[in-house]
Design a protein around this ligand. Sequence first.
Ligand code: NAX
Length: 338
Amino acid sequence: MTALFVQEIFMKVPIRIAVTGAAGQISYSLLFRIANGDMLGKDQPVILQLLDITPAQQTLRGVAMELEDCVFPMLHQVIITDDPKIAFRNAEIALLVGARPRSKGMERYDLIKVNAETFAEQGKILNTYAAPHVKILVVGNPANTNALILLHNAPNLDPRNISSMMRLDHNRAIGLVARKLSQPVTSIRKMIVWGNHSSTQYPDLSHAEMDGRSILEFLPDRNWVENEFVPTVQSRGTVVIEARGLSSAASAANAIVGHMRDWIFGSPPDDWVTMSVLSDGSYDIPAGVLYGFPVTCQNGNYRIIQNLPISETGHRNMMASYLELLKEKEQVKHLLQQ
Ligand code: NAX
């Protein structure tokens, strides 16, 4: 038996990963992290199926060339296309990063409208062409509502396999507290960012721990928690745009990698992560929106942490974000089948 033959027998089967918006900023960081094995492991071959719109195909060709030039051992193949049917065919993971950014003079409602159509169409195509067990993460904004539209347009897919991203907000909250307390980020656990990926989100420190003790013991200044921590996390994306002239990209890619890795391989022991998933009535958030909850993950499934005590202020903040999601849902109701 030759060495090559042995390797072929034991090599894992490549996983097809569809990425939309593949010529954009986030993808320029994300694709190289995935190809390097940061998301699925250093022994898992991957096939990248990259989608972007027709005018972006030249840029996409350049990205594909750079991926090839990295000679990543686990990068089995790169497919580039402007046809979602090709990008989603047999995909087991779909990372929906692509979306139209808000242009000059465009209101939030216009943005919701224009991206809503895209996610309805992509939901239908995923429903038919992707692997039935495909795990989907929606990143393109407004992420929670786009994911809801997608879910309604993909009736054959398990709604529990559709999520949207709050992990960047979760990471931002951990980083901010760790810097405030001059402690390593690894000492902070049980962070939560409830709600929508928007300025109404509610970063909540009331259950967070540092080295096993309530973090609030180390943060006696309630003013800092309410008037610094919460608004700083809520507005971090805007502040990054002001500083960089562009929105968060490498940190968003890092959050995508973390979200998918934990979902597939399990969240860290004695901790939880924030994922935006279909609400089921937990914490008085009515069923039927994608909402940021604290979850643990095991064997590819998530479970919403139950029975955390919620203060009156916390409840009010959580509801405010829910009401925003409800308003967004109302704006796209024509795209939500039954
Ligand atoms: P870019 O504008 O750099 O890239 C977006 C890419 O999507 C472009 O290449 C564009 O051609 C492509 N695209 C547009 N419509 C498409 C379609 N119908 N099919 C396939 N591709 C399409 O944006 P980037 O900085 O990469 O951000 C991508 C999205 O992530 C934006 O919607 C952004 O708002 C959102 N974000 C979401 C975050 C989250 O935590 N949920 C955080 C980061 C980021 O702001």
